[in-house]
Design a protein around this ligand. Structure first.
Ligand code: ATP
Ligand code: MG
Length: 326
């Protein structure tokens, strides 16, 4: 079985966009691949985090994934900082990565221009990501287009190390899922829905109450027409709602337009709200059962132990080849 590796940053409350764009893919992929999933808390601290919020987000992320159908029997799940070899390996690889290569990364250029006092970790982040991937000989890294460049960097690092020290790493490949819909903000539907957004009105959080979800969807920005028609350019608000409907039901956009051809926006919005509420209901219920359970701790303890053993071997192999220690 081919191996995949996925890391998720605990940088806020997960959204409907994260569910449609990422979580559901992972639930599907677990049937086909041996899969390692970790909470990338070391990555999250590349920008400032409130410690108690961060700790809460880490656990919450795990509970949401399990509640959404990630099966701990099919996946190895752990917290990045609970496996010391990620940071250790990262240091070795940082010393083997040209400075200039990191400065050219799009995400670094983007984030460093937005934040004022950022740490050096923002620059070296892609090397930590390379370590995450290379420690486990992952075949594929499921990722959005935004992270593709970092997977390329991991490949370059692996090739360079293999050339210099012998076959140490497997060369990973990005696995870009067939374009799942990009879910947009409800208030500002030309913008992507994001968990780090400052205005919560346009963002559906997976743990929002039914009432809040309904209010947000009923209040979604639409245009001044009355036709339910897919047209991203001129009708981004309605198109976004159609995308949500399509993603959650599998009913094609054409069929949705046909079904609602005589309806007004209010009726359609009400149906979208019902659909989202129904979809999230079982996830929220399961989340409440899990969040304070010992089961989560057991899964994480096992994950940390199992992955540390694998990662340690890889780390020691490179450390030895580089001549470190005795
Ligand atoms: P942030 O604001 O912190 O960047 P985010 O909501 O954009 O948060 P990420 O952690 O960047 O979430 O991405 C997690 C996963 O969710 C990625 O696979 C990404 O492609 C997917 N994703 C994020 N937002 C959306 C969205 N609006 N629609 C579809 N997929 C999304
Ligand atoms: Mg993002």
């Amino acid at each position: 079985m081919k191996k995949i590796l996925t890391g998720l940053q605990p940088s806020g409350n997960l959204t409907l966009g994260n569910y449609i764009g990422a979580i559901r893919q992972m639930v599907r992929l677990q049937e086909e691949y041996e899969s390692i999933i970790f909470v990338a808390d070391l990555h999250a601290i590349t920008v400032a985090q409130n410690p108690s919020e961060l700790r809460k987000n880490i656990r919450s992320l795990i509970a949401i994934y399990l509640a959404s159908g990630i099966d701990p029997k099919k996946n190895t799940i752990f917290i990045q900082s609970e496996n010391i070899y990620h940071a250790n390996m990262s240091w070795l690889l940082e010393c083997l990565t040209p400075y200039g290569e990191l400065g050219r990364m799009t995400q670094f250029k983007d984030k460093s221009s937005k934040h004022q006092n950022f740490g050096a970790g923002l620059l070296t982040y892609p090397v930590l990501m390379a370590s995450d991937i290379l420690l486990y000989d992952a075949d594929y890294v499921p990722t959005g287009i935004d992270q593709k460049q970092h997977v390329e960097l991991a490949r370059n690092i692996a090739e360079r190390v293999n050339k210099k020290y012998g076959e140490i790493f497997k060369i990973p490949e990005p696995l870009i899922p067939e374009t799942g819909a990009k879910i947009c903000d409800l208030v500002n539907p030309t913008k992507k829905m994001s968990k780090s957004d400052e205005n919560p009105k346009g963002v559906i959080y997976l743990l929002d109450s039914d009432d809040v979800i309904r209010k947000k969807i009923m209040g979604a920005t639409t245009d001044s027409e009355t036709v339910i028609k897919y047209d991203i350019e001129n009708k981004p608000g309605i198109s976004n709602l159609i995308n949500i409907y399509n993603s959650l039901t599998g009913i094609s956009i054409k069929e949705i337009e046909e079904k609602y051809k005589d309806s007004n926006y209010g009726t359609f919005k009400k149906d979208v709200a019902d659909l989202v509420i129904e979809t999230l209901k079982p996830i929220k219920e399961k989340y409440q059962e899990l969040i304070n359970s010992k089961e989560i701790d057991k899964i994480l303890d096992e994950g940390a132990l199992k992955t540390s053993e694998i990662a340690k071997k890889k780390y020691l192999l490179l450390k030895d080849k580089m001549g470190l220690g005795r």
